[in-house]
Design a protein around this ligand. Structure first.
Ligand code: FAD
Length: 528
């Protein structure tokens, strides 16, 4: 069975050559050295635990979650290497590196072992919430250990009656005379809600104070540590662990808060706003997970296709490996070209995060989250197809990527919610300005008819918004978002070809072939 090798050459090419990453203290050699080091940990330590973690899974034993064999040691190696600290402030022990560099590095963890990578991903969300909204004292208390990884963080939003509709959250927060709160309620589906890899777990919890409005405006955000400052155990515990389609090694916990001590972040009733500050980044990272797992599925399928002998090619009298068949080549190119488009989109969003351009990040977020996560499911499915019958058999490993990828269009806001965010907030509310700007910037990179199609679709969306035909607007939201993503992917690939027409990917596939395939086959799907 093949293992995962992070495509560091492509990552460096996209970041440095195509997107023009530049940084006073990070020259290309340094960036490449960081990627090479991360790749060693990803391929040497995390990737080999992907299948065993899937088979063994996380377990709830005597009220505590035990992660799969090897996870604890792998997490220690990850923290000892300073990897958890990559994008965070120097002031609290972070490495202060830009998101543009953190994204490829994070892609490696997710490609190597998505179930493992979810722990740092959720930690990142909790850490950002504290960085952005906590008082100085709280920052000093929590950030150094969250950033080093000695402690991990979670996001506790979902309740059984409150999924996409977080206005229905019922978890209560009662003020105490010492300024703390007692948190009472039950949260479901909490990723790494409990585990044995870090010394402490810092839960960020959305809850409602007694006199708060009963909608989203009445939500406040609290820090609820598993272990309190005096070393005692807080009244929060996992009471169930979900049996899932995939990511078996990532514990998905039902968390019981039984009057647990919590500390308010920022101000009461501002929880939703605080959640939104971390949401863009977390959503982009789910898109990045999509790119990562799709890459792994591709590598697996490509290796198999170069080993399996079956049938004769058009131009050969001898039996050949299946990668020589035109239709298998089609599948592999389809996979790789979509991954290339997704990676370009995700990394360019990271560059916008570093630029602090909130409007552009906001526009790209639903596109990256939704298109890259759907892409991952489709690519992983094609990966199974490349394997033929063996793809359907767990032993081949191809099925795991498909099962693992299937969560991506669901969590961090379903893709339906992303499409609604895109069409209602990012296009209609903005009167189509940002959409038109992006279409304009793609001129000369993509055949004009695709840009005209996007302009027509944008006008249509604005017309439906004006007429208040909201069902029709919602119905076009998914194909419209996908068309935008596909055309944007074509423009970025075309830019890559302009920069370096002779570039070859890590496995020797030529960029020109990828670009040609995407233009002739994938782009066709953007005529809406
Ligand atoms: C493995 C896993 C890990 C998770 N990790 C976490 C975590 O760490 N922390 C956390 O808080 N949560 C977590 N979640 C919860 C996840 O974010 C929610 O499942 C997700 O937001 C969807 O909510 P729901 O499941 O209640 O679905 P629902 O909200 O019931 O949605 C069902 C369907 O209806 C659609 N729908 C709902 N409302 C609308 C609307 N207004 N407009 C259009 N369509 C709509 C949805 O798109 C979906 O197709 C996790 C879930 C899973 C399965």
């Amino acid at each position: 069975m093949s293992e995962y090798m992070p495509p560091v050459k492509e990552m460096s090419f996209i970041l440095n050559d195509v997107l023009g990453f530049s940084h006073d203290e990070l020259d290309r050699e340094t960036v490449d050295a960081v990627f090479d080091e991360a790749a060693k940990l990803a391929s040497g330590v995390l990737a080999p635990l992907n299948k065993s973690g899937d088979i063994q899974g996380a377990r709830l034993i005597d009220g505590e979650v035990k992660t799969a064999d090897g996870f604890k040691e792998a997490y220690k190696a990850y923290c000892d290497g300073g990897w958890n600290a990559v994008p965070f402030d120097l002031e609290y022990g972070g490495q202060g590196l830009p998101w543009a560099l953190a994204f490829p590095v994070q892609e490696m963890w997710q490609g190597a072992n998505m179930a493992f990578g979810l722990c740092p991903l959720l930690n990142q969300g909790a850490t950002e919430a504290i960085l952005a909204h906590a008082c100085d004292e709280q920052k000093k208390q929590y950030l150094p250990k969250l950033i080093s990884g000695e402690w991990s963080g979670t996001m506790n939003i979902t309740e059984s009656q409150a999924g996409s509709d977080i206005g229905l959250i019922r978890t209560k927060a009662d003020r105490q005379s010492d300024g703390s709160y007692k948190i009472t309620g039950q949260k479901i589906f909490i990723t790494y809600g409990d585990h044995d890899m870090s010394e402490n777990i810092i839960h960020s919890v959305l809850a409602r104070t007694p006199d708060a409005p009963d909608d989203v405006k009445g939500l406040s955000l609290f820090i609820v540590p598993k272990i309190l400052e005096d070393g005692s155990r807080n009244a929060v515990k996992p009471i169930g662990l979900e049996h899932k389609l995939g990511i078996h090694a990532s514990p998905t916990c039902t968390m019981d808060f039984d009057g647990a001590t919590g500390y308010l972040l920022g101000e009461e009733n501002s929880g939703l706003r605080y959640m939104f500050t971390m949401m863009n980044n977390a959503r982009l990272c789910v898109g990045l997970q999509g790119v990562a797992i799709a890459e792994r599925a591709y590598q697996h399928a490509n290796t198999y296709a170069n080993e399996r002998v079956q049938g004769r090619a058009f131009d050969s009298a001898k039996r050949v490996v299946i990668s020589k068949h035109a239709d298998v080549k089609r599948m592999l190119l389809d996979m790789k070209s979509r991954i290339m488009a997704g990676r370009l989109m995700a990394y360019s969003a990271a560059m916008e995060l570093d630029n602090g351009d909130q409007a552009r990040v906001g526009f790209l977020t639903p596109i990256v989250k939704s298109w890259c996560s759907d892409m991952a499911v489709n690519v992983a499915s094609t990966g199974i197809q490349v394997h033929g019958g063996m793809g359907f058999i767990e032993e081949s490993g191809a099925a795991q990527y498909y099962r693992d990828a299937r969560i991506l269009p669901i969590y961090e806001g379903t893709n339906g919610i992303q499409a609604a965010d895109f069409v209602f907030r990012k296009v209609a509310y903005d009167d189509g300005k940002m959409a038109r700007l992006y279409i304009d910037e793609m001129k000369g990179l993509v055949d004009q008819r695709y840009l005209d199609a996007l302009t027509t679709a944008t006008d249509k969306a604005l017309g439906l918004a004006e007429e208040k035909d909201l069902d029709a607007l919602a119905w076009m939201s998914v194909p419209y978002l996908n068309a935008f993503a596909i055309v944007m992917g074509a423009a970025l690939i075309s830019r890559a070809v302009q920069k370096s027409p002779e570039f070859e990917c890590d496995n020797g596939l030529s960029l020109k072939d990828i670009a040609r395939f995407y233009r002739r086959n994938v782009l066709l799907q953007a005529i809406i």
